[in-house]
Design a protein around this ligand. Structure first.
Ligand SMILES: [Zn+2]
Length: 311
């Protein structure tokens, strides 16, 4: 049984304009490193399907889905429509967003049913800033939450952990999941950085740790060991989803946590061991941020190598 690697060429057509950090080349940077390091030899590559309205509606309000579909229709050929100051769409963005959420659904199905031990989704647009009724922070559909809600609805799973190590807090995931007794969300993020929230958790199922700027490896690992792990052990997740953002790397200008590849490798190891103890090893990981192309590719490869057990 091979690990699943899910992506789609449509995800590269979404383009928010010249010099936007959330650029199409990000997917290639990740794919190239997985290829060069030989990791794709151990993975089955699959095309992401389009998420359905029913699947998206488990994470988003009907009015938001209608509104976004309508705005997407109005994009002029070769042009953009602005959604928020940082986030806009071109004529291919809607299709790309449907593929990104669809990847999480396919990953959810494969891993929950035992057809793949783990899955990694190399996707964009990212998702963890997308709230129930709002796009923002380069995100439109909350891919990882769509995947989680699909597993809860279709696979008889009762407890899912969402682990978010992107440098930015996953405010969208928190907004959708804070009252969900079936989900425990663990987030480590840099304080006083976009989206400027998370310090006060919205619900008892949120384990948020804001770290000061330039905290570095030791503080990050300490937060994982001392705050995340006791909560996760108590929760005993039957399946784990990861919002895998690599913008906390010290070479990435979007954040300043000063992490390195070894930290992503280490945290993935902790998650894999947790999954083996409680969740039959079942993990779905979805790409979120990471904007310095070189450190993004290297960090994602370090993460995937441990995720698929090639370490
Ligand atoms: Zn981020």
């Amino acid at each position: 049984m091979l690990a699943a690697y899910i992506t789609h060429t449509d995800c590269q057509k979404h383009d928010m304009g010249n010099h936007h950090p959330e650029c199409p080349e990000r997917l290639g940077a990740v794919n190239d490193q997985l290829l060069i390091k030989g990791l794709l030899d151990y993975m089955e590559q699959l095309d992401a399907p389009l998420a359905t309205r029913e699947q998206l509606a488990r994470a988003h309000s009907a009015s938001y889905l209608d509104e976004f579909a309508e705005i997407a229709q109005q994009v002029p050929e070769g042009g953009h429509v602005q959604i928020d100051p940082d986030t806009n769409i071109n004529e291919f963005s809607y299709q790309a967003a449907l593929r990104a959420a669809g990847a999480a659904v396919l990953a959810s199905n494969l891993v929950a049913s035992g057809q793949a031990p783990v899955a990694f989704c190399n996707i964009r647009p990212p998702g963890h800033h997308a709230e129930r009724s709002n796009a923002g922070g380069f995100c439109f559909f909350n891919n990882v939450v769509v995947g989680i809600r699909h597993a809860l609805a279709h696979h008889g799973i009762e407890r899912i952990a969402l682990i978010d190590f992107d440098v930015h807090h996953g405010n969208g995931s928190e907004d959708i999941l804070f009252d969900d007794p079936h989900v425990l969300m663990c987030s480590i993020f840099e304080k006083n950085l976009y989206p400027f929230c998370g310090d006060v958790p919205m619900g008892a199922n949120m384990v948020n740790v804001g770290l000061p700027t330039r905290s570095g490896s030791e503080a990050f690992r300490q937060a994982v060991s001392e705050v995340w792990m006791p909560a996760l052990e108590k929760f005993r997740p039957e399946m784990i989803f990861i919002s895998a953002g690599f913008d906390g790397h010290r070479e990435d200008d979007m954040g300043n946590l000063a992490l390195v590849e070894a930290d992503y490798e280490w945290v993935t190891k902790q998650i894999v061991q947790l999954a083996q103890r409680h969740a039959q090893g079942r993990i779905v990981s979805c790409l979120e941020g990471g904007y310095d192309l070189s450190s993004l590719g290297r960090s994602a490869a370090a993460h995937v190598r441990v995720l698929i057990g090639a370490d």
